[in-house]
Design a protein around this ligand. Structure first.
Ligand SMILES: [Cu+2]
Length: 467
């Protein structure tokens, strides 16, 4: 098997012809091969803090070099499993998309080496940071771009605590559509009046891809019609659930690098938006929410107390964003009687299936033949059956028994007796209809109510008119 680290060193030597002294000075890059959520990285040196957990991701180790924290990012093509059954050919950092989370402490002096192993130039912009202008990473404006095979160095001090991200500022449309991005957390150096200590701190980035069913490489020119809505380049059921202890103070940090907004919705609890990429929100400006919109290029930090035990859905509230590919461009077939038709068509098209005549829920159960490397539109099995989801959906599992620091999956919630919605088995009363009374309840009376109801006849056009 090939050793990627040696390959990388080899490439760096031949492409940049750096001296052996300079090569020795470069921290060895750390690569990640797994898409699973890695345990939080307890700071091995430097000042202590309560580390974050990156959903289906990991935190980049560093080395201390004479008081400076040194990181090594490698921009490179990666194969990312979006969920079991589908792998995408993306671009990312250090083996995965998104890249590793960078975690530092307010006041830390930083040196970040960025090696470019992509086929085109790149740069890294440190979104939201206070730093010298020439370290801001905008190709052409503040630095020459990093050519393939070259390594650049960024040096700055983490001046303010908060929730940030990094991404290229070079051929952005391509590089972000291909998955190049990563999370950044700067912890406060001491107790901060507006940043509460929490027991569990989770982070993820919102990204979207347009991968044709059966393909593996995203289309990069797509502007709005993406078909895979991801958290950290994973889709349901590939997104890990979030496991917390009953009574924990929990923080969720979310950043949006897609091309549309995402209303992130948590069941069973209220949260406060306690911070943005601009910093902590003053206490007087916070209000409770169960859904918060994360607009394009924004970050939101949500704090809540997990005081309701159970398996609580956590998802984007745009219903098309909790679907995987194939959820788009289908005609609405509800109420259309297909009886007899399917049989006739199947004589001509052997695998023909009728979809959607009772709604789309059948899609969750239907084992329609899918192209290779394609996920079902809606899927996932819960303890009570199919959950019919995809895309930006996960579960917050709140358990009394979850030990502090334990992030393992506790399994499905065991509901106390009498606390699950149940089927009514008694008689159903006749419906009582409002009749004439309902007219008086309209919001505004009509000026000239029609003397008698007129039947509106609509002639449906024979085919679709695309003009
Ligand atoms: Cu969304």
């Amino acid at each position: 098997m090939l050793n990627r680290r040696n390959l990388l060193k080899g490439a760096a030597v031949s492409a940049t012809a750096v001296s052996t002294v300079a090569l020795a000075a470069l921290p060895e890059p750390v690569l990640q091969s797994s898409p699973d959520t890695q345990p939080p990285l307890l700071p091995p040196n430097g000042r202590p803090y309560n580390p974050v957990v990156t959903l289906n991701g990991w935190t980049l180790p560093w080395r201390m070099n004479q008081g400076v924290k040194e990181f090594h990012l490698v921009a490179e093509p990666v194969v990312r499993e979006l969920a079991p059954g589908m792998k995408a050919h993306l671009w990312g950092y250090n083996g995965q998309s998104p890249g590793p989370t960078i975690e530092v402490v307010e006041g830390d002096r930083l040196r970040i080496f960025v090696t470019n192993k992509l086929p085109e130039h790149t740069s890294v912009h440190w979104h939201g940071q206070r730093l010298p202008n020439g370290m801001d990473g905008v190709s052409g404006l503040t630095q020459p771009s990093i050519q393939p095979g070259k390594t650049f160095v960024y040096e700055f001090t983490a001046r303010r605590p908060g929730t940030f991200m990094y991404h290229p500022h070079a051929d952005e449309m391509t590089q972000m559509a291909m998955g190049m991005m990563g999370f950044w957390v700067t912890h406060p150096k001491s107790r901060h009046p507006l940043i509460d200590a929490v027991d569990r701190d989770f982070c993820f980035l919102l990204s979207a891809y347009d991968v044709e069913p059966g393909a593996a490489t995203p289309r990069i020119s797509t502007m709005t019609d993406f078909n895979l809505w991801t958290w950290n380049s994973r889709v349901f059921p590939g997104i890990d659930s979030l496991h917390v202890r009953l009574g924990d103070k929990v923080r969720l940090r979310v950043g949006n690098l897609t091309m549309t907004n995402h209303p992130i919705h948590l069941h069973g609890h209220e949260f406060m938006v306690t911070g943005t990429d601009g910093g902590p929100v003053p206490r007087s400006a916070r209000w409770p929410e169960v859904t918060t919109d994360v607009a394009v290029g924004q970050m939101r930090q949500l704090d809540f107390v997990a005081d309701e035990p159970g398996d609580w859905a956590l998802h984007c509230h745009k219903s098309h964003h909790t679907m995987n590919a194939m959820g788009h461009g289908l005609p609405t077939m509800i109420g259309v009687d297909h009886s007899g038709l399917a049989q006739k068509i199947s004589k001509l098209v052997p695998d023909y299936m009728v979809m959607g005549e009772r709604g789309m829920a059948d899609m969750g159960e239907m084992s329609m033949p899918l192209p290779d490397n394609t996920l079902p539109m809606m899927t996932g099995q819960g303890p009570f059956g199919g959950v019919e989801m995809g895309g930006m959906f996960s579960v917050l599992k709140v358990r009394k028994e979850q030990k502090p620091g334990d992030y393992s999956d506790p399994g499905w919630y065991r509901h106390p007796k009498g606390e699950v919605a149940y089927e009514w088995s008694g008689a159903l009363p006749e419906a009582s209809r409002g009749g004439a009374k309902s007219q008086s309840r309209q919001s505004m009376p009509q000026q000239n109510p029609p003397a008698s109801s007129t039947e509106l006849k609509v002639r449906k056009p024979g085919g679709h008119d695309h003009h």
